[in-house]
Design a protein around this ligand. Structure first.
Ligand code: TRP
Length: 444
C-alpha cells in the first residue's frame, strides 16, 4: 500500500509531465517528418484515441484499484494466483528507456548553453556542430548525460509528493507558457502555412510500410504506456479524483503539445526550405540558425526554448524511474536510496554504451543486429517492449480482471455507454491494433 498521495491537480500535472516529454517535442516532429506528414498525423491521432486512451484508462484503473507497485498490482487484481504477476515486470522496459532518454536530455542541456552563448548562424554550421557533438565529443556528452541523470535521480529521491509533484507543479505551466509564446512567433513566419499543410493535409502516398507501426508505437511512448508508469503514478491518486476526466485531460494536453511543437518546428523548417525528414537531428539542427537571425531576442528565445524542452524531458524521465523504485521499496522493502542506486547503476552503465555507440571510433564495436546500441535500445523499447506491455494491460483488464471491479470504479465517472465503448476497445481494438502493428512490422 502506498502512503503518499498526489493532490488532484498534482496527479494531472505529474501524469501530463510524464506524457509530455522529448517524445512530443523531439521525436513526434521528426518521425512525422520521416513519414511524410499529414497522413501519419492522422494515423497517430487514431492510435491515441482508440488504443492509447483506452490503455491509459486501464493502467490508471489498475494503479488506483491496487494502490501498489506494478508487480503487486497484477498479482492482487488477478482473480486467482498465477503467472500474471510476471506481467508487472514490464516495468523493466524503463531501464532500457533510461539508457538513451537522458542522453537526449543531455543534448538539450548542452543546447541551452549553445543557445545562450554561440548560436550557429547557418543550417550547415548547425548540422556540422550537432554532428560533431554526436559522433566526436564523447566527454562532453558524458558530462551532460551525467547531469541529466543526477537531476532525475535527485528529484525521484525526494519522493512522490515533495519531489515529483512539486517539480511538475512548477515546470509544466512554465513549459506551456514558453511553447505558447513560440507558437505566436511561428504564426508570423513564412513557413507557417506550409507547416499546417504538412501536418494536417493527409497524403497517403507518402506513408511507408512501417508508418502504422511507428504511429502505434509512438502513441504508447508519448502517453507513457506499456511499462507501468501511469499505473505507478495512479497508485498515488487521491481518493476523490475523477479518473476518467483526468485521463482525458492528460491525453488532450499531450496531443495538443505535440501538435503545437510540430507547428513551431515545421514553420521554422519550411521558412528555411529545409528538409522535414532529417531524422533525430531535426530539433538540434534546424532551430538554432533561425534564432540566430533574431539577435539578442533570438538568443533569449532559443535559450528559453531549450529550457522548456529540458523541463519536458526531466519531468518525463523521473516518471520512468518511479515504477522500478516503487517495486523495490514497496515489494522488496529496499530503501529508496538503495533502489535508486541499483536502477541508476544499471541504466547509467548501459547508457554509456549507447552514448559511445554514436561516437565514430567506438561505434563500430558497439553494434548489434547491424544497429548501434543507442538505436537498438530505442527500437527495442518503443517498437517492441512497450507495445507488448500495452497488450498485457489490455488483455489483463479486458479478460482476466473481474468486470464488476472496473464498473464499480469507472461507472461513477463514465456514462454506461462510454464504459461499453471503452471495454470493447480494451478487449478488441487495443489488442488487435497492437497485433496488426506487429504483423505490419514483420512484413516490412
Ligand atoms: N512520454 C514521454 C515522452 O513522450 C516519455 C516517457 C515517460 C515514457 N515515461 C514513459 C515512455 C513510460 C514510455 C513509457 O517523451
Amino acid at each position: 500500500m502506498i502512503a503518499a498521495r498526489f493532490s488532484r491537480i498534482g496527479f494531472i500535472l505529474a501524469a501530463a509531465g510524464s506524457a509530455v516529454g522529448l517524445g512530443n517535442i523531439w521525436k513526434f516532429p521528426y518521425i512525422t517528418g520521416e513519414n511524410g506528414g499529414g497522413a501519419f498525423v492522422l494515423i497517430y491521432l487514431m492510435a491515441i484515441t482508440f488504443i492509447g486512451l483506452s490503455i491509459f484508462i486501464a493502467e490508471v484503473a489498475m494503479g488506483r484499484l491496487s494502490r501498489s507497485d506494478a508487480v503487486s498490482a497484477y498479482e492482487s487484481l488477478a482473480p486467482k494466483p498465477g503467472p500474471w504477476k510476471f506481467a508487472g515486470f514490464t516495468l523493466l522496459t524503463g531501464i532500457l528507456i533510461l539508457t538513451y532518454y537522458p542522453i537526449v536530455i543531455g543534448w538539450v542541456f548542452k543546447y541551452i548553453w549553445v543557445a545562450a552563448t554561440h548560436l550557429p548562424t547557418t543550417v550547415e554550421a548547425s548540422g556540422a556542430a550537432f554532428g560533431e557533438m554526436l559522433t566526436q565529443d564523447a566527454s562532453g556528452q558524458i558530462f551532460y548525460f551525467t547531469l541529466a541523470f543526477l537531476c532525475t535521480f535527485l528529484i525521484v529521491s525526494m519522493g512522490v509528493k515533495k519531489g515529483i509533484e512539486k517539480l511538475n507543479l512548477v515546470l509544466m505551466p512554465l513549459l506551456v507558457i514558453i511553447l505558447l509564446l513560440l507558437f505566436c512567433y511561428a504564426i508570423t513566419l513564412d513557413g507557417f502555412d506550409d507547416a499546417l499543410k504538412f501536418l494536417f493535409v493527409a497524403d497517403f502516398s507518402k506513408v511507408r510500410a512501417t508508418s502504422v507501426m511507428e504511429a502505434v508505437g509512438h502513441a504508447f511512448f508519448t502517453l507513457s504506456l506499456g511499462m507501468c508508469c501511469i499505473m505507478t503514478y495512479s497508485a498515488s491518486l487521491p481518493e476523490n479524483a475523477n479518473i476518467v476526466r483526468s485521463s482525458f485531460t492528460v491525453a488532450v494536453l499531450d496531443t495538443a503539445i505535440a501538435l503545437v511543437a510540430g507547428i513551431i518546428i515545421f514553420s521554422l523548417i519550411f521558412s528555411f526550405n529545409a528538409e522535414p525528414g532529417q531524422g533525430p537531428g531535426l530539433l538540434f539542427i534546424s532551430l538554432p540558425p533561425l534564432f540566430a537571425q533574431l539577435g539578442m531576442a533570438g538568443t533569449l528565445g532559443a535559450t528559453l526554448f531549450f529550457v522548456a524542452v529540458a523541463f519536458a524531458g526531466v519531468t518525463s524521465c523521473i516518471s520512468i524511474v518511479e515504477p522500478g523504485v516503487l517495486y523495490l521499496t514497496n515489494r522488496l522493502n529496499w530503501s529508496r536510496p538503495l533502489a535508486l542506486l541499483a536502477i541508476g547503476g544499471v541504466a547509467y552503465s548501459l547508457g554509456l554504451l549507447a552514448l559511445l555507440s554514436n561516437i565514430e571510433h567506438t561505434g563500430d564495436s558497439l553494434k548489434l543486429f547491424g544497429m548501434g546500441a543507442f538505436d537498438l535500445f530505442d527500437f527495442t523499447s518503443s517498437s517492441i517492449l512497450l507495445p507488448l506491455g500495452g497488450i498485457l494491460v489490455a488483455v489483463f483488464v479486458g479478460y482476466v480482471m473481474e468486470k464488476q471491479k472496473l464498473e464499480h470504479l469507472l461507472l461513477p465517472y463514465m456514462h454506461p455507454r462510454l464504459f461499453h465503448c471503452w471495454y470493447f476497445s480494451i478487449r478488441y481494438l487495443a489488442p488487435a491494433g497492437v497485433v496488426a502493428m506487429m504483423i505490419n512490422k514483420l512484413a516490412a
